[in-house]
Write a protein that binds this ligand. Structure first.
Ligand SMILES: Cc1ncc(C[n+]2csc(CCOP(=O)(O)OP(=O)(O)O)c2C)c(N)n1
Length: 662
């Protein structure tokens, strides 16, 4: 058997596993795996550094299938290479409930899947983050311990999505030369030929952002191999445009959108078996080819051993620190630093905007948690995310801890997911809360994947004032609270900001968003409490001796309004409680008894929040009083806006009195 024969049979094994699994599931995409099988075979048998027996080896090369609909390409590879989680039975269960082989690759379903992909372009964004993480970790721990490539297989769809522009321009700017994107350039998407919707010169587009670009026949293993070798030697990230035929080998359907999104069908499959000379049963891989793949699975075993040796030779402190960061444990000094600062705040009672409070808190955190990587989407001075410890990361120097992401919210959030997935780092961002819409798809994926990324989102309401309704979040609290497994925090003062930061860092299995104000807020926590009161999501800030006639619930900047209203109502002889609600999600996680006690039985329940009512009936019932927004904001000084929209202590007092008929 010549090398070419062997290559083709190995690639055909991928093709037919995909064909057979899609046929059995009666659902899925055979076209991409068939078209990209040659590329994948070259990449995995000649280049990728990985160890199926140790799939989470920290210094493995990362492979991201950004075109997640071609999931059978990845599952087939993982089975052929000997990853334990991907047995032949798993492949036969493709797309079935409970199988590791979900419709799109799902992070956490099985070792070997580096990220969840499916929403096109996200994988490319994640890969940029992985490549950034590699450079950062390599800078910190040395090339002896961190020295790997990040490979991406992207389709036309990934490159058409807007996120690709943010991702590629950031990667080009940072000169992420160990990022290699292979574009499955098959000219076909679902509606037909790509040329009916797009005429971009992709290579020119990447080159314009500082990429090295190559083009190659994606069915010629020698040419693919040469291109990857060239890419590895580049001082810039590389795009390899690999011309392929979608559904390669299917006599009637290849090169058309017919192989996208539906099984080939029995007749076309038997014609394809004949055309590719693959006379085997469904799911049968001849033993010599399976052996060849399993041998390929061993190709980095020695590299892994060598790495382990180098790791063992590192000093004990480096080893412990590397392992701690990769496990995701916070350093030993973290809790003490938080409590010490909380004591100081209780003494000093500072008044400041929560964005400024966040900076003060971050200065404490960044001192003791060296794995945080800050950043902002060009709003550093507004988001207050840069502290004295965080020098900028620049193209030729990754010793810093702060990334100027540029005006690229979506690319930033996707890259942060990639950094978190890579391991060893805790990324946090800065942006305006209104532009959570610009990165929501990536935030959602962080929640789905259970990744610890922290988004600092400032200017969180009409309280931002003059920038007006385009910049004033109204529905965003509700929209972010709606994402499962996302912790959305709206702290009311500096102590709550500290507590919410602590909770975000301790939330290892999901993302957090901190919604922070532009306007100053007083300290509302009057005494030192060792317990993190925000951990319960809602807590009684001001209790009432008598059975309270009124309970006021509020978040963030509106807790101050609730406290003022409490004063006025108390002066009028009305018993009032105030409940601060920094996080709906954490509140829901408490016991029924706790929740019932916090909500209480006051005949009048009022919620105050400078956003829409959605979600608040949980606290105040449908007949409760909501003091907040019911439409878009307006441009003007913020105090006037609060008056204009009736979000004031006077309004709360008047509404309470009216309801009590006093
Ligand atoms: C953000 C997003 N929009 C739409 C889709 C639905 N979708 C899945 S695959 C696809 C076409 C992708 O074309 P291409 O990347 O060329 O893949 P190929 O046809 O080569 O398999 C579309 C529109 C998606 N998965 N993600």
């Amino acid at each position: 058997m010549t090398d070419l024969d062997k290559h083709q049979r190995m690639a055909n094994a991928i093709r037919f596993l995909a064909i057979d699994a899609v046929e059995k599931a009666n659902s899925g995409h055979p076209g991409l795996p068939m078209g990209a099988a040659d590329i994948a075979t070259v990449l995995f048998t000649e280049f990728l550094k990985f160890d199926p027996t140790s799939p989470n080896w920290a210094d493995r090369d990362r492979f991201v299938l950004s075109a997640g609909h071609g999931s059978m390409l990845l599952y087939g590879l993982l089975y052929l290479l000997g990853y334990e989680d991907f047995s032949l039975d798993e492949l036969k269960n493709f797309r079935q409930l409970g199988a590791r082989t979900a419709g799109h690759p799902e992070y956490g379903h099985g070792a070997g899947i580096e990220t969840t992909t499916g929403p096109l372009g996200q994988g490319l964004g994640n890969a940029v983050g992985m490549a950034i993480a590699e450079r950062l970790q390599s800078n910190r721990f040395g090339e002896n311990l961190v020295d790997h490539y990040t490979y991406v297989l992207a389709g036309d769809g990934c490159l058409m999505e807007g996120i690709s522009q943010e991702a590629l321009s950031l990667a080009g700017h940072l000169k992420l030369n160990k990022l290699i994107v292979i574009w499955d350039n098959n000219g076909i998407s679902i509606d037909g030929k790509v040329e009916i919707t797009d005429s971009t010169d992709q290579q020119a587009r990447f080159a314009a952002s500082g990429w090295n670009t190559l083009s190659v026949d994606g069915h010629d293993p020698v040419a693919i191999s040469a291109a990857i070798r060239q890419a590895q030697a580049s001082d810039r990230p590389t795009l390899i445009a690999a011309k392929t035929t979608i559904g390669f080998g299917a006599p009637n359907k290849s090169g058309t959108a017919k192989v996208h999104g539906s099984p080939l069908g029995a007749e076309e499959i038997s014609l394809t078996r004949a055309a590719l000379n693959w006379p085997h049963e469904a799911f049968e891989v001849p033993s010599d080819i399976l052996d060849a793949w399993r041998i390929a699975g061993l190709r980095s075993a020695q590299a892994h051993k060598d790495w382990q040796k180098r790791f063992a030779e590192a000093d004990a402190e480096t080893r412990a620190e590397f392992e701690r960061r990769n496990r995701g444990d916070l350093p030993a000094g973290f809790s003490k630093a938080v409590l010490d600062y909380k004591k100081k705040l209780a003494d000093e009672q500072p008044t400041m905007a929560t964005r400024k409070a966040s900076e003060a808190v971050l200065t404490v955190i960044n001192e003791v948690v060296p794995e945080t990587i800050g950043g902002s989407a060009d709003l550093t001075g507004s988001n207050n995310t840069k502290t004295s410890q965080t020098e900028p990361v620049i193209p030729d120097d990754f010793s810093g801890r702060y990334i100027h992401y540029g005006i690229r919210e979506h690319g930033m959030a996707a890259a942060m997911n990639g950094m978190a997935l890579h391991g060893g780092l805790i990324p946090y961002s800065g942006g305006f809360l209104i532009f959570s819409d610009y990165c929501r798809p990536s935030i959602r994926l962080a929640a789905l994947m259970g990744q610890r990324v922290i988004h600092v989102m400032t200017h969180d309401s009409i309280g931002l004032g003059e920038d007006g309704p385009t910049h004033q979040p109204v529905e965003h609290f509700a929209a972010l609270r709606a994402i499962p497994n996302l912790a959305f925090f709206r702290p009311a003062d500096i102590t709550e900001t500290l507590e919410c930061w602590q909770l975000s860092l301790e939330n290892r299995d999901g993302p957090s968003v901190l919604a922070l104000t532009r306007q100053n807020l007083p300290s509302l926590r009057k005494s030192y409490e060792e317990d993190n009161l925000c951990a319960k999501g809602a807590y009684v800030l001001i209790d009432s001796d008598d059975d309270a006639a009124v309970t006021i619930f509020a978040t963030g900047s509106e807790v101050e309004i609730a406290v003022d209203a409490h004063k006025d109502l108390s002066a009028a002889g009305i018993a009032v409680r105030v409940v601060s609600v920094p996080s709906f999600e954490l509140f829901e996680a408490q016991s029924d008894d706790y929740k019932a006690a916090v909500i209480g039985n006051s005949p009048v329940k009022i919620a105050v929040e400078a956003g829409i009512r959605m979600g608040w009936d949980r606290f105040i019932d449908s007949d409760g009083i909501f003091v907040g927004m019911s439409g878009f904001g307006a441009s003007g000084p913020y105090k006037e806006l609060y008056e204009h929209f009736g979000i004031t202590a006077d309004a709360v007092v008047a509404a309470a009195k009216a309801k009590l008929s006093v």
